[in-house]
Design a protein around this ligand. Structure first.
Ligand code: C5P
Length: 231
């Protein structure tokens, strides 16, 4: 299965992001724009990064009543984005409404369901009224996303094998928590290497700091891409 690198553009503002992208060259094809940059610079930033030739993963993790999420997807559908996150815990009706808006307004867009945030453990999950273990909830919400027609999921590297096995080969699996061999773990607790993630069934890996903070970001990105190609 082919696995592509997505660069997480986790920088405080557009000027820094653009400086970084200039240093990167064009080996990286995908950029993830998250809440930090989107809430600061808005949709215009997405257009400006896409105009440089990048494909865009917009990580906004939408979660609201079905009509509102569908309306947000409709608004975002005018942007040049290829991947967009929604929260699966909004339920099947919300996911179906989002998917319907995508079908109508931007069929090339893949919606990615977020299951359980990896910042949540058993205690924090129980605290919000969900009994059991995060792994069970991930699988439950993964199945719910699948039957609601959502095209993909964001998951931790450890969840890749079971989600791939349970949900089949056609679902798009995107995983952060990837660290090239030798790179600092930062706060990623159980990271896989790019090659391991690719072999475990990821379609895309999201990598931020190992590239953003490298002395030579272009070389760091090329090393990740080479590792993916060899997997
Ligand atoms: O810098 P690093 O490679 O850890 O960045 C990973 C990206 O993936 C960040 O944008 C982070 O917010 C995101 N992410 C994550 N772990 C999750 C979900 C998202 O690291 N469980």
């Amino acid at each position: 299965m082919k696995c592509d690198l997505i660069l997480a553009l986790d920088v405080p503002d557009e000027a820094e992001g653009m400086k970084l992208l200039q240093r990167l060259g064009h080996d990286v094809r995908w950029v993830k724009i998250g809440l930090q940059l989107f809430t600061r610079h808005g949709p215009g930033l997405v257009e400006r990064v896409a105009a440089l030739g990048y494909r865009i993963f917009l990580d906004l993790k939408l979660h609201d009543i079905p009509n509102t999420v569908a309306s947000a997807v409709t608004s975002l559908a005018s942007l040049p984005i290829d991947l967009l996150t929604i929260h699966t815990c909004g339920g099947s009706e919300m996911m179906r409404a989002a998917q319907k808006a995508r079908d109508t307004h931007r069929p090339s867009l893949t919606l990615l369901g977020v299951t359980v945030l990896t910042s949540m453990d058993t205690a924090t999950l129980n605290e919000v009224g969900v009994p059991g273990e995060p792994a069970d909830q991930v699988l439950r919400l993964g199945h719910l996303a699948r039957i609601s027609g959502v095209g993909g999921l964001v998951c931790s590297p450890m969840e890749l094998p079971v989600l791939r096995r349970e949900l089949g080969s056609s679902i798009t699996l995107v995983t952060p928590g990837v660290r090239p061999s030798g790179a600092p773990a930062d706060d990623q607790k159980r990271a896989l290497t790019p090659a391991e993630a690719a072999r475990a069934g990821a379609n895309y890996i999201v990598v931020g700091r190992p590239i953003l903070k490298a002395a030579d970001p272009a070389a760091a990105a090329r090393a990740v891409i080479a590792e993916l190609a060899s997997a």
